[in-house]
Design a binder for this molecule. Sequence first.
Ligand SMILES: C[S@@+](CC[C@H](N)C(=O)[O-])C[C@H]1O[C@@H](n2cnc3c(N)ncnc32)[C@H](O)[C@@H]1O
Length: 214
Amino acid sequence: MKLKSSKQRSISSTRWLQRQLTDPYVIKAQKIGYRSRAAFKLKELNDQFHFLKPGKNVLDLGAAPGGWLQIASECVKPDKTKAQLVGIDLLEINPLPYVTLIQGDFYEEATIDAIRQALNGKADVVLSDMAPSTIGHQSTDHIRMMGLCEAAWALAQEVLIPHGAFVMKLFQGGMEGEILKKLKPRFDKIKHVKPPASRKESSEIYLVALGFKG
Ligand SMILES: C[S@@+](CC[C@H](N)C(=O)[O-])C[C@H]1O[C@@H](n2cnc3c(N)ncnc32)[C@H](O)[C@@H]1O
């Protein structure tokens, strides 16, 4: 499908639109009813490492528009009494059954307090797909992403149960080594994974850490 150029549309947004219209993951997500193509990344990670299971309590950081929450929900099957599923983002997320949603900045103490309250205890799995809005200046984007990763890891250490799992998005290009050094002694197994649904041209990569040592 070729898009007609429009005077109102910039070259980069025409390219983005062109890519969205032809991307097989976008088309598949629309067909199934997933809110984002990112849903397939979590599905592929979980198919490989099996950290999402029925009854698990899951915290999803940077959850909007909700694709990861949909996958987590399919796997943990939350209900009123057992598994808890909590999602937070700067942006509003449309409701999902038995999922607690928090809108707020993860850097603010009030948001962290709301998460602690919603979790009502500990989490078996902490997921973070958080990413800053990039400006294209590599070292600035890198520092911003590093800040989010550090903050996600700080909370994960507090809320994860022993043997829990932590899955987090990173940018490739130096960051992986630093984070790995901190996390390695705290987990039984750590892997860096680029799931097939992650675009080749994107520098994102996922860290999957299993068996939290507490
Ligand atoms: C790649 S998107 C997440 C997509 C999501 N996993 C899904 O499947 O629909 C990254 C998200 O991180 C969120 N984010 C970035 N900085 C944040 C912050 N300081 N606090 C909370 N959320 C943040 C953004 O608002 C954005 O929605």
